[in-house]
Design a protein around this ligand. Structure first.
Ligand code: EPU
Length: 333
């Protein structure tokens, strides 16, 4: 194996090769010319949401198309098609500069556009699902180019069809988004509202974007300085009974209604267990934000998973809640 795979947790990981392909046509050609089978390939963006093993016996495929094209437009809205290789945060800034609103709450999320639908990226009160119209790419079983509309993507909290039925089967090469030309600001998220209260009373989308950037910079460690993969656990989603139990036993525990269930706060639970800033060997939970697992130096996948298992066990014992790991761990268990 010969190719070191870039990932924001900075775990050492060698793949067989790394193929940079422009889009669907190049991918189909490469599959044909190299006789690549679906099981031999692994598609990665910038590696910001993965926990990689030292040896990855795969050809890693990265889509490089960074284009933005307007496909429809009227006085209120614009529909754009964006290549999967575009940096997400660059897209947020460029759309705002063009006067196209809707992505401002999702500023500074690491990663590429093609990865955004996979975990339905979301932050500060908005999710990608609010503006996604369709996803195009290659179905590796049919070996054909396909477009899936938003419904077919089955976007949920940190979840989609690309993590389920179509995992390792559908390579996203572009994403179609609907954005507004008139601002509909959503600034209710508590930490965002606090950041804006000191700067603007009826904020513009650009001001929301700036507040999101400064909030993220304050609260989340920068992967370029301290390697990490963002939130390492999903926030637990609970039914009535366990939610009621939490509310009774731990009245301080954050609990929000979310589509018939209750979403709690994994960061709060980890913090309450005294694990913010806790280290086990070269891996640790960030001292800045309890939900972010960081690599202090030479961590390998096993160090990360050992710490994650410890955190899960301590939280389960104290709160009776099982935390699920958010980034994808390779190979699948
Ligand atoms: N909190 C603590 N201790 C901490 C950090 C937070 O007790 O160390 C408490 C906060 O006081 C607050 C609650 O936990 O009551 C929630 O904290 P925060 O607003 O930071 O949000 P989060 O639920 O921890 C989620 C996303 C983040 C996203 C933020 C903002 C998930 C798994 N994570 O975190 O996404 O930026 O909301 O919307 O849903 C990511 O996925 O990589 C990511 C950073």
């Amino acid at each position: 194996m010969s190719s070191q795979i870039t990932n924001t947790l900075s775990l050492p990981s060698q793949a067989i090769s790394q193929l940079q392909l422009a889009g669907s046509d190049e991918l189909l050609l490469a599959i044909h010319d190299r006789q690549l089978k679906r099981e031999q390939m692994l598609v990665l963006g910038s590696g910001s949401n993965v926990v990689l093993p030292a040896q990855l016996p795969k050809h890693v495929v990265t889509i490089t198309d960074r284009s933005i094209a307007v496909v429809d437009e009227d006085e209120n809205s614009v529909v754009i098609e964006v290549g999967a290789g575009k940096d997400w945060h660059e897209l947020v800034l460029e759309t705002l500069e063009a006067g196209w609103f809707g992505l401002e709450n999702l500023a500074l999320i690491p990663g590429l556009v093609g990865a955004a639908p996979v975990q339905n990226i979301g932050a500060y009160g908005r999710e990608l699902s609010g503006c996604l119209l369709a996803v195009s790419g290659v179905d590796l079983v049919a070996r054909a180019i396909r477009t899936l509309d938003a419904n077919a993507c089955e976007l949920r909290y940190r979840d989609s069809v690309f993590k389920g039925r179509l995992r390792d089967r559908f390579v996203i090469t572009s994403v179609r988004l609907s954005l507004n030309k008139k601002a509909h600001v959503n600034a209710d998220y508590p930490s965002l509202a606090r950041a804006l209260a000191v700067s603007a009373s009826s904020p513009t989308p650009m001001e929301v974007c700036e507040a999101v950037i400064s909030t993220r910079e304050d609260r989340l460690p920068d992967p370029a300085e301290i390697p990490n993969a963002g939130s390492f656990f999903k926030n637990p989603v609970l039914d009535d009974r366990p939610a009621e139990r939490l509310r009774t036993e731990f009245p301080e525990c954050p609990l929000f209604e979310a589509g018939g269930s209750f979403k709690s706060s994994a960061a709060w639970m980890i913090d309450q267990c005294g694990l913010r800033g806790f280290s086990m060997g070269p891996a640790g939970m960030s001292a800045k934000h309890a939900l972010v697992l960081v690599n202090h130096g030479r961590a390998q996948q096993a160090d990360v998973l050992a710490l994650a298992a410890h955190v899960q066990a301590v939280v389960a014992q104290r709160f009776g809640v099982t935390l699920s790991i958010e980034p994808r761990v390779y190979p699948d268990e």
